[in-house]
Design a protein around this ligand. Structure first.
Ligand SMILES: Cc1cc2nc3c(=O)[nH]c(=O)nc-3n(C[C@H](O)[C@H](O)[C@H](O)COP(=O)(O)O)c2cc1C
Length: 401
């Protein structure tokens, strides 16, 4: 799958005859699972309508700088920050000169000036305009500032001239950008992660649960997404924000988590079970709140073994890699190794939860990664760093085994 997946691409269309070809670029980026927003100069809008670009990108087209409504919704700075990369295609001679001069007198030039992301420029103009010393000087300047130039191509031009200046074809622009963008460790993989605790209801107001905060699973989801994967997160009840560009489904009980996993697992490459699924659930759910009563001094709740979500997934023998977590308070490695074999996992992350400074609800963790062939300890560090190390291990040892 494309390493443009999950990238925020701002496509800037400027006023040239090749503006209509930008429509094809939007389609290509979207097919690669990138998030696309379109910015059009006033000139560009004379060649192709914002409506067309809006329909293709599925998002409002950005056109104005000095517009209170636009600035309130997504101002030029926000748009600049949102972009992982900016693609200017076609780039007119006029817009090229604005980039070279560092102007900021319209939305296009202001956003480009305010952005620190990668800038790809596909010039398109008449061959004489292209050859002109001033254009060439502008070109050199923007290359010096870090812009990557794509094209232009040679051939017959719309005006009848023959020479260099035609915009490179969208497919080629797309491939050049795709080749330039650094490929994440999990680029294009589809990953399903469960996180947080489950709650097993006793009666309408009481439940059995555990201390899981979901922090480890959410951190993994965020880091895996940063490595180019398409991430879906199924979360038990937690108090955490959804990482950007991660699709999240909330569930409460193990049963709900299990059915959501079954629904979403089919086309995944990797399943990571980071949720602390309650091992037991009440045998019977009381429809009405259980009354305390003055004569009641003791209360017994019968428990049944809960759904084993991970085992259900591995038993299906789907063509995917499975990663489990073992939260233990004693005999950590032995118990984790047993779980690895019993559940037929590719990797188990063993986690000592007897130490309050790591594991559940803490911001730090210390884990041991165990496969059938090796063990690797990750010393106490932030959950973000632990996530990064787990992902490196998955990329090197689990996917490529
Ligand atoms: C029919 C027509 C076609 C044009 N094609 C181009 C072109 O391909 N490249 C270019 O640099 N300018 C072209 N121009 C000139 C630009 O549209 C003009 O310089 C405009 O101010 C560019 O504005 P912008 O860079 O803000 O989009 C063309 C003008 C017209 C009338």
């Amino acid at each position: 799958m494309s390493n443009l997946a999950n990238k925020n691409i701002l496509l800037c269309v400027t006023g040239g005859i090749a503006a209509y070809k930008a429509a094809e670029l939007v389609r290509l980026f979207k097919t690669a699972n990138a998030f696309v927003r379109v910015l059009m100069t006033q000139g560009a809008q004379e060649f192709i309508t914002p409506l067309t670009m809006q329909a293709l990108s599925g998002d409002k087209v950005h056109t104005d700088l000095l517009n209170t409504e636009a600035e309130a919704a997504m101002g030029h700075i926000e748009l600049a920050k949102w972009s992982d990369l900016i693609v200017v295609a076609p780039c007119s001679a006029n817009s090229l000169s604005k980039l070279a001069e560092g102007r900021g007198d319209d939305l296009f030039s202001a956003v480009c000036l305010a952005s620190e992301s990668d800038l790809f420029v596909a010039p398109a103009m008449n061959q004489a305009m292209w050859k002109d010393m001033r254009t060439q000087k502008n070109l050199k300047r923007i290359i010096k500032f870090g812009a990557k130039i794509i094209g232009p191509a040679s051939g017959e031009q719309a005006c009848g001239d023959i020479g260099e200046g035609r915009m490179t074809e969208p497919k080629e622009i797309f491939s050049e950008i795709e080749n330039e963008i650094e490929c994440g460790l999990l680029a294009g993989r589809k990953v399903l992660i469960t996180a947080g605790p489950t709650q097993e209801m006793i009666d309408p107001v009481r439940f059995i649960s555990n201390k899981s905060s979901g922090k480890m699973g959410f951190s993994l989801a965020e880091e895996i997404k940063n490595q180019g994967a398409i991430v879906t997160l199924i979360s038990g009840p937690v108090n955490l924000d959804t990482p950007d560009k991660v699709k999240r489904f909330d569930v409460q009980s193990a049963k709900e988590m299990q059915s959501k996993v079954e629904e979403l697992i089919e086309d995944c490459d990797i399943f990571i079970s980071a949720a602390a699924v309650a091992d037991f659930k009440p045998k019977k759910y009381e429809q009405k709140k259980i009354k305390k009563g003055s004569e009641v001094h003791q209360m017994k709740i019968e428990l049944d073994k809960n759904f084993d979500i991970l085992k259900t997934v591995t038993d299906k023998k789907l063509n995917l890699k499975t990663v489990g977590f073992a939260a233990e308070t004693e005999d950590l490695i032995n118990n984790a190794e047993k779980k690895l074999v019993e559940k037929n996992l590719d990797l188990i992350v063993a986690n000592d939860v007897s130490d309050q400074s790591i594991g559940f609800d803490s911001d730090e963790n210390e884990v041991t990664l165990i496969t059938k062939l090796e063990k690797k300890k990750i010393k106490k560090t932030s959950k973000k760093n632990v996530s990064k190390k787990i992902i490196e291990f998955i990329a090197q040892k689990v996917i490529n085994d």
